[in-house]
Design a binder for this molecule. Structure first.
Ligand code: ZN
Length: 713
């Protein structure tokens, strides 16, 4: 019996939900709605309009912007020259058990290409729009593209494949922690989550949902579209309903602040705030029908229709252009961000680009390397001198104090900036090891300022981004996230869920249905009796759980007990599980007891915060910072500590003479056991590597264990 208890307090990001909504009880029968989840989409968008205060600023900004278009106060367009295309970088987070085989790049490319045809007005059916609306139909200069550089500055396809399934990101609240853990910086990337069960209610025919521009959501990491791969593009997992699949365009309309043409379901009122889309009092009334004041634009992307998605209107285009200038969207399409995300060649001579002199940085958020030793994660930062800007030194070092100044660099790190031979780019590196690198040593105020000497022509103030703010996040030593709990599901309390603490928050649930006890894992990897079996296998203490384990991926809920699977009955054991962020896996175990009569109880779980690190089933929680040492309580002593070759275990209590002492690594691996036979027992540790060890003492006739910590030098 473990008595170590570690309370991890994680300061989570503020949630945009007022209350954390637990996942709904699963259903074994797939719910079939015929509206493709659109009713749910309406509900969620209404919720954002009516409850999110931050949206008021978007509304006010849009109103002011559009009034200015009609009554120009300032004729200088804030948008780039009207002939210049505006591109928005997308990252697709694809959750499908078969990964790239399930949602292949060809399916994604089809969807993006089709999206751009609809925004450009070059989709074939744009020419067949009802003539009544020929005068108001509109194309846009907005385009979308998969990002080609990721937030760390590495090349990417703009698609992050998850092997482990995920559900629920379409919910308006409750799933924010999970969403945030997967998100790429919302001010740089349009985050699109591709999954099958948008609301985690075992309903797989909901098509999509997307939130309006919101500074709060973008700052929070929850700005997003969530979209179902069966209504996405062509090929792969798509049902190939190609016209209906332009719901993807509809959701991008929401991303750029378009409301439904039937907003409010009323013939009067503001509707969608676009005068050129006639009022409609019903969703999806039809392609060519009359309602309210006359013919409605049923072919509009922002109505609900399944067979005739054909046009945006001019005022919708104006609203989208206004949205591009809101704080949550404006940074996305700026040229420096397009260079940073790989979508604009920094040497571009496009006339829209060369009019701008700017520096672009592939990243400004740096993190400590996985080694956790104060070094900074690679790759270095690339800095591009764009337009007519050029570094004054080619193929050499820029000199601090001459070409640039930099402040607030943590002690132990040094900065170098080396230019390329053409003087158009430079590599900025933070080398060395930060002296202090706990998370509390993280800095957000490193400021780089180029001087006139840095560029040819010597007028750096005319170059955008000539100063840049960098942040470095340090990590506390890697640890295991552990919680002891008592969550019991019985035939009368049939559903209980919990979310893992720490940096990888994920929901799990214990469920009883039809004489069967389940672990709801939402299709994420668990260890079962075989890769095609949902029957959970209990692991014995010390079993390694990691990349080499045999994982059940994308199956149904794990079965702990059923009429045909009874071998875990009346047992307590360890269930191996894994969670995923990007390409990294986080391995852990849950300790669960099973009784067909009394139900199933989750007693404890643990996972490694360090990515891709094996964990041992039943390992002792933690680590140099979390262990609840209680040797002092029992007047037990280790000395010397730190020790070199030997230490003495002092046990003043004779009743402990039958105890067994055990030395474990911080990962819980037992490296030595020894019977305690004397009040002062000398223990030989010459064979041990230097490091920190857990010392446990177990008294033969007691279930309790006592813990101390030993340092070997
Ligand atoms: Zn919609």
């Amino acid at each position: 019996m473990k008595i170590i208890k570690l309370l991890i307090i994680i300061i989570c990001f503020a949630s945009n939900s007022t209350a954390q909504t637990s996942p709904a009880e699963p259903s074994t029968i797939e719910l079939t709605s015929t509206d493709h989840g659109l009713a749910k989409e309406i509900e969620i968008l209404h919720q954002q309009i009516t409850t999110e205060e931050g949206l008021n600023s978007t509304k006010l900004f849009t109103k002011n912007y559009l009034e200015r278009l009609i009554n120009p106060i300032n004729t200088n367009s804030i948008l780039p020259d009207t002939s210049c295309i505006v591109t928005i970088p997308i990252v697709f987070h694809v959750f499908h058990p078969q990964g790239s085989a399930g949602v292949p790049m060809s399916q994604i490319n089809y969807a993006v290409n089709d999206l751009n045809l609809t925004f450009a007005g070059t989709d074939a059916d744009y020419t067949t729009v009802n003539p009544i609306f020929a005068g108001v139909k509109s194309y846009t200069k907005i385009r979308f593209a998969r990002a080609l550089i990721d937030p760390k500055g590495n090349p990417t396809t703009g698609v992050v494949y998850y092997q482990d399934k995920q559900s629920g990101f379409g919910n308006g609240s409750g799933w924010d922690n999970e969403i945030i853990s997967c998100a790429w910086e919302n001010h740089k990337y349009f985050n699109v989550y591709i999954m099958n069960d948008l609301y985690a209610n075992n309903t797989t025919n909901n098509s999509g949902v997307c939130w309006y521009p919101s500074t709060f959501m973008s700052n929070n990491g929850t700005a997003r579209m969530v979209y179902n791969y069966v209504y996405f593009g062509q090929g792969g997992s798509s049902y190939n309903y190609l016209e209906f699949n332009q719901t993807f365009t509809h959701e991008c309309g929401h991303y750029l602040n378009l409301y439904h043409t039937f907003e409010g379901n009323s013939c009067t009122g503001n509707g969608d705030y676009c005068a050129d889309t006639p009022p409609a009092d019903n969703a999806g009334a039809g392609c060519l029908v009359t309602a309210c004041t006359g013919p409605i634009n049923g072919e509009n992307y922002m109505d609900y229709n399944t067979s005739c998605m054909k046009n945006f209107t001019m005022e919708q285009n104006d609203r989208m252009e206004a949205a591009l200038l809101t704080p949550s969207r404006q940074s996305l399409w700026q040229y420096d961000n397009l260079v940073a995300t790989g979508l604009l060649n920094p040497l571009s001579t496009n006339s829209c680009v060369v009019l701008n002199d700017f520096f672009a940085y592939t990243k400004t958020d740096l993190v400590e390397a996985i080694a956790n030793n104060g070094t900074i994660e690679m790759p270095p930062i690339s800095i591009y001198a764009c337009g007519s800007t050029q570094f004054s030194i080619s193929g050499g070092n820029l000199v601090a104090g001459v070409h640039y100044n930099i402040t607030n660099v943590p002690a132990g790190l040094s900065v170098s900036i080396v230019t390329a031979s053409n003087g158009k780019s430079a590599t900025m590196n933070f080398s060395g090891q930060a002296t202090n690198h706990s998370s509390s040593n993280s800095v957000n105020n490193i400021l780089l300022t180029f001087t006139n000497a840095s560029i040819i022509g010597g007028n750096v103030s005319a170059v955008q981004n000539n100063t840049k703010n960098f942040r470095i996040s340090f990590k506390n030593p890697w640890q295991q996230i552990c919680e002891t709990l008592t969550i019991t599901t019985t035939p009368t309390s049939t559903w209980n869920s919990f979310e893992t603490a720490g940096p990888v928050p994920r929901f799990y649930g214990l469920w009883y249905n039809a004489n069967t006890f389940y672990l709801e894992n939402y299709g994420r990897g668990i260890i079962t009796t075989g890769i095609s079996s949902d029957n959970i296998q209990f692991l014995t203490t010390g079993t390694a759980i990691g990349a080499a384990s045999t994982w059940r991926i994308g199956g149904g809920q794990g079965v702990l007990y059923s009429s045909t699977y009874t071998s875990l009955n009346n047992q307590t054991g360890f269930v191996g599980f894994r969670m995923q962020i990007g390409n990294d896996f986080f391995y852990g175990w849950m300790k669960i007891s099973v009784s067909s009569i009394n139900g199933i109880t989750l007693l404890e779980y643990q996972y490694n915060e360090k990515p891709n690190e094996t964990i041992l089933a039943g390992s002792i929680c933690n680590s140099s910072i979390g262990i609840d040492e209680n040797f002092n309580d029992m007047h037990l002593t280790l000395f010397p500590n730190p020790a070199n070759d030997y230490f003495t275990f002092q046990n003043p209590n004779e009743t402990f003479s039958e105890a067994e002492l055990c030395l474990l690594t911080l990962e819980g691996k037992i490296v030595h056991t020894e019977k305690i036979t004397a009040a002062n027992q000398k223990i030989d540790i010459r064979f041990l590597a230097n490091g920190i060890y857990i010392v446990s003492l177990r008294y033969k006739s007691e279930k309790l264990e006592y813990y101390g910590k030993l340092s070997k030098n």
